[in-house]
Design a binder for this molecule. Structure first.
Ligand SMILES: [Zn+2]
Length: 251
């Protein structure tokens, strides 16, 4: 075992970050405090939402256009609180049937266009995760973050033609069962709480109260071994650790 194999890149050196989420609220629910901290630190943060997120909307009598507008408005208000620069949607059917390679291609296109130095997503290898959208988004993001430099994998012709080679510094996974990084979000807890509170299309007032109480407990629990009050945890890796490296879970 060498330290190099188990080395991890420094997320807080990142200046451009693409954060890929299955649903419109996952980034802020799992990582809003860290993302607010990274934004304050000067990073440009872009959200990419893989699904259309229509299934969980409380008022299913709304037209699809009104649902999509409502989701976008929720995310924009939350994004202003967190300090994100821009957000994009891929529109795959929430909890539905879609193709893994289409999702990978679209994430790869955004990596080539945005040229982030870090990709963050949900950990697709979390044991006991049933939700296929989470497994698909996290896995496709890890795949795209590893293979985006291979132009034999085509995305949008204009994006591919304009592509200038660059190197990602690393990838980070939230909701990981194997975290290697604890981020102090005590100062950002208020922003996270306010941002999550904007996601009204999918949460009744009562459900939101429960979610926020759960998140506070989770943040306190994540900080249990630390000198601070609230924390979030992440698994931060080099992309080369994502292939043919059986000890990657120990990084
Ligand atoms: Zn989700």
């Amino acid at each position: 075992m060498t330290t190099e194999l188990f080395d991890k890149p420094d997320l807080f050196q990142a200046k451009r970050i693409l954060v890929v989420q299955p649903h419109y609220d996952d980034n802020d629910i799992a990582l809003g405090g860290t993302l607010a901290k990274l934004a304050t630190n000067g990073a440009e943060i872009f959200y990419l939402t893989v699904t259309d997120d229509l299934v969980g909307i409380i008022d299913q009598s709304l037209s699809e256009a009104d649902m999509l507008a409502g989701l976008k408005a929720d995310l924009e208000r939350a994004g202003e609180i967190i300090g994100i620069k821009d957000s994009f949607w891929l529109g795959y059917p929430d909890a539905g049937k879609y193709d893994y390679f289409d999702v990978r291609r679209d994430i790869m296109q955004h990596i080539r266009a945005i040229q982030p130095d870090f990709v963050i997503t949900c950990d697709p290898w979390m044991p006991y995760e049933f939700h296929n959208d989470h497994i698909m988004a996290g896995k496709a993001a890890a795949d795209a973050a590893s293979l985006y430099g291979l132009l034999g994998l085509q995305t949008d012709p204009a994006v591919d033609a304009a592509y200038e080679p660059f190197e990602l510094s690393g990838i980070a996974f939230y909701a990981s069962a194997y975290p290697n990084t604890v981020v102090d979000i005590t100062a950002e807890w208020g922003k996270k709480r306010d941002a999550v509170d904007q996601y009204r299309m999918q949460f009744s007032a009562e459900d939101m109260e429960m979610l926020l109480a759960h998140l506070e407990m989770w943040a306190r629990q994540s900080a249990a071994d630390s000198p601070f009050t609230y924390a979030e945890t992440l698994k931060v890796m080099h992309t080369w650790q994502l292939h043919l490296f059986p000890d990657a879970w120990k990084v």
